[in-house]
Design a protein around this ligand. Structure first.
Ligand SMILES: NC(=O)c1ccc[n+]([C@@H]2O[C@H](COP(=O)([O-])OP(=O)(O)OC[C@H]3O[C@@H](n4cnc5c(N)ncnc54)[C@H](OP(=O)(O)O)[C@@H]3O)[C@@H](O)[C@H]2O)c1
Length: 331
């Protein structure tokens, strides 16, 4: 039987999400990879247990996580049932809808039909009555934004979601949906964009919008799927994401393009007495705008090491300048 560590709240930092009542851990855990039916259940289970013991209260899912799609929610539901029944009120569980999930015209994008049905399916897979945060996963250029916003608002009124978020919405799309949510009084609190040293698009307007409207941000793929770690400094290991054939979003070619820059960033991290992964996480938290860094982990050891990033999240001006010059240099 799993009993959570009594020390779980001793070290983790909890940041308020915008001006809402909710706090999230500075490091959250995502279940996009490593929790599907293609992965070993006991390994997934040990990662979730260890995360909770380290003060990670927030677990991020989506309808399509796996592979196969849906299996991450199912496996997470089994883990909740086995280990976390006494701890539900200490957990923030999120899910999303917005990408392809089932065939036909109602299993994708942003219609009310899709969003409402999808959350019902997610709740069933996880064995939950409600999620804490429900996200629209991507902006739908063909559906009236009011319809999407009303669908999300309805889920809160029905008690199936406590808070609402959007993901991958740019600055302008975020402002538009904030206007609608303000009229509806929807508890919209957060945007979930990709953000890491190699992908800084949110610095071009979105960060400002979130600050202006007092909303939170949770940065996904903070380690660029592993490229901002020491994982690929000496080739592509067999068990890595870039080598796994069932995972199509990272491959050897992508890794090779960044490895030189990664080496130089690794040197700075070493000078700071950190791993590169730890420095990459700290860098995201450097200006206090991002509420939480949403990491992935394929091993308990990665998780443990990444959480130690919080031991040093301060940067000298010199370090920031040096990092900036590496990131902006043409290579
Ligand atoms: N909203 C969206 O559209 C969206 C999109 C993508 C992700 N997300 C969310 O963000 C979460 C995190 O995304 P991500 O998995 O891409 O994040 P990430 O933290 O950038 O990458 C995680 C991967 O990096 C490697 N890694 C982690 N720590 C390491 C360490 N200390 N040393 C060496 N390698 C390490 C592992 O890869 P190996 O497998 O090689 O060990 C791990 O699976 C997802 O689970 C999901 O919840 C959201």
């Amino acid at each position: 039987m799993y009993v959570a560590s009594p020390e779980r709240y001793d070290k983790m930092i909890y940041n308020r999400v915008g001006d809402s009542g909710l706090k999230l851990p500075a490091i959250s855990l995502g279940l996009w990879n490593n929790f599907g039916d293609v992965d070993l259940f006991d390994k997934s289970r040990s990662i979730i247990r260890r995360a909770f013991d380290l003060g990670i209260t927030h677990f991020d899912l989506a309808n399509n996580y796996g592979p196969p799609a849906g299996s991450a929610e199912e496996n997470f539901g089994r883990i909740l049932q086995k280990d976390f029944k006494p701890y539900r009120d200490e957990m923030i569980i999120s899910s999303k809808a917005g990408f392809y999930m089932w065939p036909g015209p109602y299993g994708d994008w942003g219609s009310k039909k899709y969003i409402v049905s999808s959350l019902d399916q997610s709740l069933q897979r996880m064995g939950l009555d409600y999620v804490d945060i429900f996200y629209h996963h991507r902006f739908d250029p063909e559906t009236n934004l009011e319809e999407t916003a009303h669908a999300l608002d309805l889920l809160v009124r029905q008690g199936k979601a406590l808070y609402i978020g959007v993901s991958n919405y740019d600055a302008e799309q975020t402002e538009r949906i904030i206007d609608i949510f303000n009229d509806l009084k929807t508890p919209f609190i957060i945007n979930q964009p990709r953000y890491n040293m190699y992908d800084r698009w949110i610095e071009d307007g979105l960060k400002d919008v979130l600050v202006k409207h007092k909303k939170g941000a949770i940065a996904y793929s903070p380690l660029a799927q592993g490229m901002l770690t020491d994982r690929y400094l000496n080739g592509v290991p067999e068990d890595s994401r870039a080598a796994r054939e069932e995972i199509v979003f990272l491959n050897e070619e992508k890794v090779e393009k960044t490895v030189e820059r990664t080496r130089r960033l690794n040197d700075i991290a070493q000078k700071r007495g950190q791993t590169l992964a730890q420095m990459a996480i700290a860098w995201i938290l450097r200006d206090g705008i991002v509420t939480s860094v949403l990491i992935g982990a394929s091993k308990v050891s990665q998780l443990e090491s990444n959480v130690e990033a919080l031991d040093n999240i301060d940067f000298s001006d010199e370090e920031l300048k040096e990092i900036e010059s590496i990131l902006t240099e043409k290579m």
